[in-house]
Design a binder for this molecule. Structure first.
Ligand code: ASP
Length: 380
C-alpha cells in the first residue's frame, strides 16, 4: 500500500505524455484534435501485451453540467476548458496505459481539475452563503466495493485524495467537517488557509445570487390561499434556478479489469446550514462495481440523492441486464421527471462509455478506441 507521499510521487511519474497548448486546437464540433495529430500515450511492455489479449483501458471525465451555451463562452475561455479537460484526461489515461490502477487514474485526473480555478472543486469552489468554501468528494473501488467520502471540508486542497485515504486508511466510509480535517492532519495531508479557495469569479457569483434572492423576497407576495409564496419557496426557487456547474468527476477501467469512480465538488453556490449534495454520497453521486459499471454524476444534488442515481444505473445493469447506455439514460430521464437537471459519466466493464445529460451542456471527455482524447462541451 502506498503512503500518501509515495502515491503522489507515483502519480507524478506515471503519466507518460505531456501536451502543449499548441496541440489544443479544437474545432467547432467539439472534437479536439480533429485537425491535429492527437497526443499519444506510450504503452508499457505489459500493457502492450494486455492490449494484444483484447484488454483495454477506458477513461472518462466530466467538469460539470448546466446552462453551458456557446453564446455565453468566449473562444479563449473555451480553449482553456478544453486544454484543462484534455490535460486531466491524458493524465488519467497515462496512469492506466502504464498499467496503473483505476483508482490512481481517477485521483490523478481529479487532482488536476481540483487545482484549476475553472472548475467548482478544490481551487475554484463556489462560495457558501457565509462567504466560505465547503468541499465534498468521494471515490469508490469497483473491485472491493470499498468507498471513501468527505464533506464540508474547509482546508483541504485536494478532497479526492482525502476521500481515498478515508477508504484506504480508516475503517469508515464517510468523514465530515472538522473530524475529517483532523483525520487529514493525522495522515499528513496538506491543509491550506481558507483564502486558497478564493476566486473573484466565484465571489462575484455569490454577490449576484444574494442580490437576486433579495429582489425576489422583496417582491410583493402572492396572497391567494392556494398560491402563497413563502420565504422557503422563494429561496428554493433561487437555489434551483441558479446556474451551477463545475463539479468534476472521473470513471476508469484499468487493464486488470478494475473499475473505479470519483467525484469532487464545492457543492452549490450560496448553500447554507451545512448543506451537502450528492457528490460525496456513495450510490448517488459516485458508484463503482466491477460486475456492472462506474459512475460519476453532476447536477442538482438533492434530486440526484433522491434518485440514488449512480447505484440505480448499476442496479438496472445487474438486475435487468441493461447496457450502461440504456441504464444511464433511463436514470437521467427519471431525474429530469422529478425536476432535477444534470448529467453523468459511466463506463462498463468492457470499456463502453456513456455521458448523458439533460442540460444545455456538460464539460466532458473520454479516451476513444484509438487512445485519443475527445473533449466535448455542448449538446451535439
Ligand atoms: N451535484 C453537486 C451538488 O449538488 C453540484 C453539481 O454537480 O453541480 O453538490
Amino acid at each position: 500500500m502506498y503512503t500518501d507521499k509515495s502515491r503522489r510521487k507515483f502519480l507524478g511519474n506515471a503519466a507518460l505524455i505531456g501536451i502543449t497548448s499548441t496541440m489544443l486546437k479544437a474545432n467547432s464540433s467539439g472534437e479536439a484534435f480533429a485537425q491535429n495529430k492527437p497526443p499519444q500515450v506510450a504503452l508499457s511492455a505489459k500493457s502492450t501485451e494486455q492490449a494484444a489479449q483484447g484488454k483495454r483501458a477506458g477513461f472518462a471525465i466530466h467538469g460539470g453540467a448546466g446552462t453551458i451555451l456557446k453564446s455565453n463562452m468566449t473562444p479563449e475561455l473555451e480553449r482553456e476548458y478544453r486544454a484543462k479537460l484534455t490535460e486531466a484526461l491524458m493524465k488519467g489515461y497515462g496512469v492506466l496505459s502504464a498499467n496503473g490502477g483505476s483508482l490512481d487514474a481517477i485521483e490523478a485526473a481529479i487532482r488536476i481539475m481540483e487545482d484549476s480555478p475553472l472548475f467548482n472543486a478544490g481551487k475554484g469552489a463556489v462560495f457558501t452563503s457565509d462567504g466560505t468554501n465547503e468541499l465534498d468528494a468521494s471515490i469508490m473501488d469497483g473491485r472491493t466495493l470499498k468507498a471513501g467520502a468527505v464533506a464540508s471540508l474547509k482546508h483541504i486542497k485536494n478532497p479526492i485524495s482525502l476521500a481515498r485515504l478515508v477508504m484506504e486508511k480508516s475503517p469508515h466510509v464517510m468523514l465530515v467537517s472538522d473530524g475529517a480535517e483532523s483525520f487529514a492532519k493525522q495522515q499528513g495531508i496538506e491543509l491550506v488557509a481558507p483564502e486558497y479557495f478564493y476566486t473573484e469569479k466565484r465571489f462575484k457569483e455569490l454577490q449576484r445570487i444574494k442580490e437576486r434572492e433579495k429582489q425576489q423576497s422583496d417582491a410583493p407576495k402572492k396572497t391567494s390561499s392556494r398560491a402563497t409564496t413563502t420565504d422557503a419557496q422563494t429561496s428554493a426557487q433561487v437555489f434551483f434556478d441558479e446556474e451551477k456547474h463545475g463539479t468534476v468527476g472521473a470513471v476508469a477501467l484499468d487493464l486488470a479489469g478494475n473499475l473505479a469512480a470519483g467525484t469532487s465538488t464545492g457543492g452549490v453556490p450560496n448553500k447554507r446550514f451545512g448543506r451537502v449534495g450528492d457528490s460525496p454520497i456513495i450510490g448517488a453521486g459516485t458508484y463503482a462495481n466491477n460486475q456492472t459499471c462506474a459512475v460519476s454524476a453532476t447536477g442538482d444534488g438533492e434530486y440526484f440523492i433522491r434518485s440514488v442515481v449512480a447505484h440505480d444505473i448499476s442496479a438496472l445493469m445487474e438486475y435487468r441486464g441493461l447496457s450502461v447506455k440504456e441504464a444511464a439514460q433511463i436514470v437521467i430521464d427519471k431525474v429530469g421527471k422529478l425536476g432535477g437537471t444534470g448529467g453523468l459519466i459511466a463506463i462498463d466493464r468492457a470499456g463502453n462509455i456513456t455521458q448523458p445529460f439533460n442540460t444545455a451542456g456538460m464539460y466532458r471527455g473520454y479516451i476513444n478506441a484509438r487512445g485519443e482524447p475527445i473533449v466535448e462541451i455542448y449538446k451535439n
